[in-house]
Design a protein around this ligand. Sequence first.
Ligand code: NAP
Length: 504
Amino acid sequence: MNEMTTIDRTQRAYSPAAQAFLARKPALFINNEWVSSSHDKVIEVEDPTSGKIVGHVVDASDRDVDRAVAAARAAFDDGRWSGLPPMVRDRTMNRLADLLEANADLFAELEAIDNGKAKGMAGAVDVPGAISQLRFMAGWASKVAGETTAPYTMPAGAVFSYTLKEPVGVCAQIVPWNFPLLMAALKIAPALAAGCTIVLKPAEQTSITALKLADLVAEAGFPAGVLNVITGNGHTAGDRMVKHPDVDKIAFTGSTEIGKLINRNATETLKHVTLELGGKSPVVVMPDVDVAATAAGVSGAIWFNAGQVCVAGSRLYAHRSVFDQVLEGMAQNAPFWAPRASLDPEAHMGAIISKEQHDKVMGYIEAGKRDGASVALGGDAPSNGGGYFVNPTILVDVNPQMSVVREEIFGPVVVAQRFDDLDEVAREANNTCYGLGAGVWTKDATTMLKLAGKIKAGTVWGNCHAVIDAALPFGGYKESGIGHEQGRLGIEAYLETKTVIIQM
Ligand code: NAP
């Protein structure tokens, strides 16, 4: 029996604070108050580590959504947020970041319980990531500026012309379940800095940390109605948000399939839309690498967060001369990523979000095998603990026609292929409808720069993977999205540009 099968995956005890939060009566956060839904429908909160139901949240009705949108609309229209001095908006956002920091351990625990991810990872990545999004974007509140521009066709002094940057308005923000708090922060931070008001909907599987965040909103000093949190189903509450005539902008992170649907649905009212969607990111390993370090890096690229990462390095292309060594190195790294209970202090990888997603991942592995792929590592699902675990998996003997190579699996499964030359691997890396991220591993700067230029993806990482930073724009090429988050482009996505021309 190997180490991966002997791990005790029983969920550990929750802290009293986490238990108390999960036991709260389901409610929505509207106008800085916790309010009941107009109906009594709820969604179960499941701990993916145990498969047990540990709480309930509201399944918002159309009336609930309308109420939240009305609150955000009123808060936007009377300028109670956008009209404040930028310094005050900056300070309020930083206060929210301070409160997040003060409650960091509880946020990490709640995320681990609700999502199944390792608490240690949530504490090292999700929570500090959310805090830095708020702090970075808070600074933009005072940096947003239009410009004075001389007209091209008129004599000097004929008109005085300038541009103003104004908040886009009421934003409906819809996020997925893989990094619930971090995704929420990526959405709310630029919107708040720009002076917008918000209705935020977390994914139905992972609403808990968005609700805990709402707990801090009034304490941080945000005026009522600026940030409202609705929990509910995408096809009901989410759909209502997307089609609502009083919403000015949709910011969505999730699957390409739902992103396309949202884009179509938002057309009727011509809302501004930004979409952060799926990926099938290539990772290229050149022959000159330090194999041990690269194997550790490419293991993290696919197995971090159980592969439930939009930029997961799920297509590995290793040069023929190092292919076997890289796979051996990954096998040596696999015990580090062995799935464990999310609250196990030794966990680096936790459970898959749900039974449905778990079965989907296992279904892909089976489909790969049927199509002729071989399992070089893992491919199985440990059943002890009662939760939804999948072992780190490597599939080989694959070809570009297989579903495991073409489609986003969103699990800890990498397809590994050999290549011989740079043009061939660039062509294969781009042989996808997606274009979110890519990794290149080499010591040769010229090769790095050539591949960074050739690969069609919103972000290319060199000798690292999935590094994101609030100052650096993040977005997708092709079917991976429209628009950017983070950096200057991130705040621009929440601004209108008004041109003023005054005859002198
Ligand atoms: P999803 O099924 O597309 O759901 C995302 C969100 O959209 C959820 O809140 C969902 O609500 C909601 N939704 C579903 N149908 C809707 C509709 N008709 N109208 C409005 N909202 C609707 O995605 P997921 O499975 O949660 O997340 C995984 C996907 O997200 C992957 O494809 C991943 O690559 C992508 N992702 C992309 C990025 C990026 O930055 N590019 C980052 C993270 C994840 P329910 O929860 O009720 O379904």
